[in-house]
Design a protein around this ligand. Sequence first.
Ligand SMILES: [Zn+2]
Length: 328
Amino acid sequence: MLTIVAKDPSTPEPASTTSFTKKTLGFDVEPAVTPPPSSTETTFAKKPKLGGKSKKKDIPEGLWTKCPKCETMVFDKELDENLKICPKCNHHFAIGARERIHSLVETCSFEEMDAEMTSVDILEFTGVASYKSKLEAYQTSTKLKDAVITGIGKIGHHKAALGVMDFSFLGGSMGSVVGEKLTRMIEAATDRSLPAIIISTSGGARMYEGMFSLMQMAKTCGALAYHAKQKLPYISVLTHPTTAGVMASYASVGDLIIAEPNAMIGFAGPRVIKDTTQAELPPGFQTAEFLLDRGLIDAIVPRQEMKARLIYYLDFLMEGRRPVPAAG
Ligand SMILES: [Zn+2]
């Protein structure tokens, strides 16, 4: 009896069950199991002590990515070369704004606008962390100033004004900078008789900026209305995910609205809708395919075909129009 009591406090550590089982299993039976992403670091950090486990060492972190759809391990380099699309099942991974622009415009043709514009913490918002510190952290980790890159570039033989959002910067949220950059980009397109294209991915308006972020919805749509008055086209491209305030403003008012396969598109999240309506949601609810079926979007275009398809659409939409050279 005493020995049992004495044994119990001697092993107080296995509070986190995962690492404990992992350790025991790792030594005894299964050296070749692919580690789940969350615990990779711990196992990886402990390895140098053991030294000789060659099999696991061949799969260092950051070289392979597991496809969430087909569960294939894809070599990161292959994934990058394939525009972040799973070569096995065609799953579209998130792609950064710069990579996306690179995949669409002709080499060296892109002139970025307002590259240095950064958000101001006007409300002095503080939650778990201050907005200011969040901005700094995301600027460092993403090497972006905010969640959108705008500019003018050539897509095929068409000059076009392009705005591309990046989900990795604060969930692609729309604050004053995103709204202002897009508005200036649209206005530049109107002035120069260029088509405007916005590629969206966003969780919605940026709560850290309160009302200022909501005002961007009206501002961007106002600029698009002036653009439309000049009979200039605006193509909205929805990528996974495009939701809330962004979907409720510029993302949904395109002359053409196209989406990437399987992109989640909607206003409120499915759980909120389910709770509000007290109804079972149909399968595939809020996917690009669901919206296409019901006529809310015009086409679904895989990422590999996006550039060719944009050129094809612009051929129609810009027929007979010539861009006006930039003033000054
Ligand atoms: Zn896959």
